[in-house]
Design a protein around this ligand. Structure first.
Ligand code: COA
Ligand code: AMP
Length: 634
């Protein structure tokens, strides 16, 4: 048996032993004597009798071990033309002071703090400062609109919001303060204060409840890490579900620290002193886990990159960062590689930057199409490792354990389940499927440490959404199959969640925006293939009888409405007016059938269809030649 097989089987046969052993990598205030608490199954908890502080584990303990001068964070910002390195001591000091600043505003254990910031070191500092106080952060991605921010404010009921004056997108400066003010107009809940980091050249106007980051921290006293229970929440991260209401994924302190430290070494082969770069955003789970927490928990150096893969300033931006900082590995989404490939198909820019340190390219966040896999493999000369996980799981469900035992890769496969994840492919009746049979990907309970214990304030919604479809299983929402070697192939969502440029979005919430337009009788939004972003949302609307509005005007209004209510991140630009939507006899819109047709799959038409002629009329609109022309051949 290889190291992977041994580890995997042990993790399922003896989870107590496996995870208690992994827990030894963490500094505890009160070490765990037991791992799993099943008393309230199917709501499980890990390390129920332990206590720790996550910020202490990410910072102080490395300093106490004599590594205070090691680089903790490299900020590289081509969009501002600036950069800065923080040693572990410097980062700890800034975190301790900002924690003091939050404490001076009355923020303490269990209080929520919303962080709405671009990719600046202060975002990391704010997160770790919350962790230091036992406060619960909820980072909201900058591309969301006020309404989405308001929904999160009302659900998390934060005491304080921490923000920056602006984020810098290649084509424009996004002023954050007006977005926050608009969100607070919409929200029921009102935080006591908003702390604003004033960025050079983009000063926000501060109101009565607003505080300036620099002024506040200038007078703040550093504070020490507080003790929290392993089961206390570290953060809430909202993610899209099938309905408009975002789901507040909760992460605990203890299980999270144990799982992330374990994964950083075993899955990504990163340890103390290694330079690691995750090109994502702190607003997504990938940013939480692998920009902020995991690299710092193991004493590595993390790169915080504020920019895009291309156009900042050219298609060589990623290779420059790897070369300049000596990164051992890069983790990003396939869409970023596709963006580079599109403007530099021969990877001429990559050749300009020596990458002696570079060992592995890790990709996740969406399906890695074989064409992108082959391109990266050929031009970068390192293993290209696809791996699969979700906001809910916090760390990879399936991957290639590079630090444990590198396994051969197969294009299109996320390789194998990681220890702790009992992955099964199930048919609609819950029967386990055999190799090559495609079905729902489900995970046998309990989920390992680091996975969500529940949804914020709503155990029942957690049970209803994830644990009720198959008794004893967590439903991932993805479909796929395993091959004869046990390799997992994740084929896509089985629900109405779509993935646009690695960003997870709900078609349901876009439909709610379209349906609110006075001209729209009914509508559907489906995710369709896009050669750059993987998927793009496509709106189909039926007009109310007697409405006379030019299609172009309606399109503009609907696009603007989605941008206003959900945000630019939705990349919603494509709407067609249609005569009717295909439905079952009970009135359910056949979104999956439309998606299949748009994606060029010959989906079986459900026998329950009400009127096949409606679908026939839609076919030429759904299958468009320009998309056909760009689709890869495999
Ligand atoms: N704040 C404000 N606006 C933002 C934003 C942020 N943090 N991030 C994105 N947006 C805006 C963009 O400016 C764009 O607005 P526009 O319609 O006015 O141009 C819109 O949201 C869509 O952004 P994006 O999907 O990023 O598209 P893009 O064309 O700007 O860039 C890629 C495309 C592929 C280069 C980019 O998505 C990328 O680098 N992806 C990397 C993958 C990634 O980080 N995934 C996260 C999970 S691993
Ligand atoms: P998020 O919660 O935003 O990280 O999105 C998670 C979803 O992205 C998963 O449920 C999948 O649908 C998709 N996803 C992530 N990684 C992969 C991958 N490697 N292959 C296929 N789909 C992926």
């Amino acid at each position: 048996m290889g190291a992977y097989d041994e580890s995997y089987h042990r993790s399922l046969a003896d989870p107590e032993g496996f995870w208690l052993e992994a827990a030894a990598a963490i500094s505890w205030i009160r070490p765990p004597t037991r791992a799993l608490d099943s008393a309230n199954a199917p709501l499980y908890r890990w390390f129920p009798d332990a206590a720790l502080n996550t910020s202490y584990n990410a910072l102080d303990r490395h300093i106490e071990a004599g590594h205070g001068e090691r680089t903790a964070l490299i900020y590289d910002s081509p969009v501002t033309g600036t950069g800065r390195e923080y040693t572990y001591s410097e980062l700890r000091d800034d975190v301790a002071v900002f924690a003091g600043a939050l404490a001076s505003l009355g923020v303490g254990k269990g209080d929520r703090v919303i962080v709405y910031m671009p990719m600046v070191p202060e975002a990391v500092i704010a997160m770790l400062a919350c962790a230091r106080l036992g406060a619960i952060h909820s980072v909201v991605f900058g591309g969301f609109a006020p309404k989405e921010l308001a929904a999160r404010i009302d659900d998390a009921t934060p005491k304080v919001i921490v923000a920056a004056s602006a984020g810098i997108e290649p084509a424009r400066v996004v002023e954050y303060k007006p977005i926050i003010d608009a969100a607070l107009e919409l929200a029921q809940h009102q935080p006591d204060h908003t702390i604003v980091l004033q960025r050079e050249g983009t000063l926000a106007k501060l109101g009565e409840r607003d505080l300036d980051w620099a002024a506040l921290t200038a007078s703040a006293e550093p504070v020490d890490p507080v003790e929290v229970a392993a089961t206390d929440p570290l953060y809430i991260l909202y993610t899209s579900g099938t309905t408009g209401k975002p789901k507040g994924v909760v992460r605990d302190n203890g299980g999270h620290a144990v799982a992330l430290a374990w994964s950083m070494r075993a899955v990504y082969d990163i340890g103390p002193g290694d330079v690691w770069w995750t090109a994502s955003d702190v607003g997504w789970v990938v940013g939480h886990s692998y920009i902020v927490y995991a690299p710092l928990l193991v004493g590595a150096t993390t790169v915080l990159y504020e920019g895009k893969p291309v156009g900042t300033p050219d298609a060589g931006a990623f290779w420059r960062v790897i070369s300049e900082h000596g990164a051992k590995a890069l983790f990003t989404a396939p869409t970023a590689i596709r963006a580079i490939k599109k403007i530099d198909p021969e990877a001429a820019e990559a050749a300009k930057y020596p990458r002696d340190s570079f060992r592995t390219l890790f990709l996740a966040g969406e399906r890695l199409d074989p064409e992108t896999y082959h391109w990266a493999h050929e031009h970068l000369g390192v293993p290209v490792v696809d791996h699969w996980w979700q906001t809910e799981t916090g760390w990879p469900i399936a991957g290639n354990p590079r630090g444990l035992e590198p396994l051969p890769t197969k294009p299109g496969s996320a390789t194998v389940p990681m220890p702790g994840w009992d992955v099964q492919i199930l048919d609609p009746l819950g029967k386990q499927l055999r190799a090559h049979e495609e079905g729902a990907i489900a995970i046998k309970l309990p989920l390992p440490p680091g996975a969500l214990p529940t949804l914020w304030g709503d155990d029942q919604r957690y049970i209803d959404n994830y644990l009720s479809r198959y008794d004893g299983y967590y439903l991932t929402g993805d479909g796929g199959y395993r091959d004869e070697d046990g390799y997992l192939f994740v084929m896509g969502r089985t629900d109405d969640v779509i993935n646009v440029a690695g960003h997870r979005l709900s078609t349901g919430s876009m439909e709610a925006v379209l349906a609110a337009h006075p001209a729209v009788a009914e509508c559907a939004v489906i995710g369709v293939y896009d050669p750059l972003k993987g998927q793009l949302p496509r709106g189909l609307v039926v007009l109310k009888a007697g409405v006379d509005i030019p299609e172009e005007v309606l399109r503009e209004e609907l696009v603007a409405a989605v941008r206003r209510d959900i945000g630019p991140v939705a990349s919603f630009r494509d709407v067609s007016v249609v005569d009717g939507l295909p439905k079952t006899r009970s009135g359910k819109i056949l979104r999956k059938t439309m998606r299949g047709i748009a994606d060029g799959r010959d989906e079986a038409i459900p026998s329950t269809i009400e009127d096949p002629a409606v679908l026939d009329a839609l076919r030429p609109i759904l299958r468009r030649q320009e998309v056909e022309d760009q689709r890869p051949g495999d």
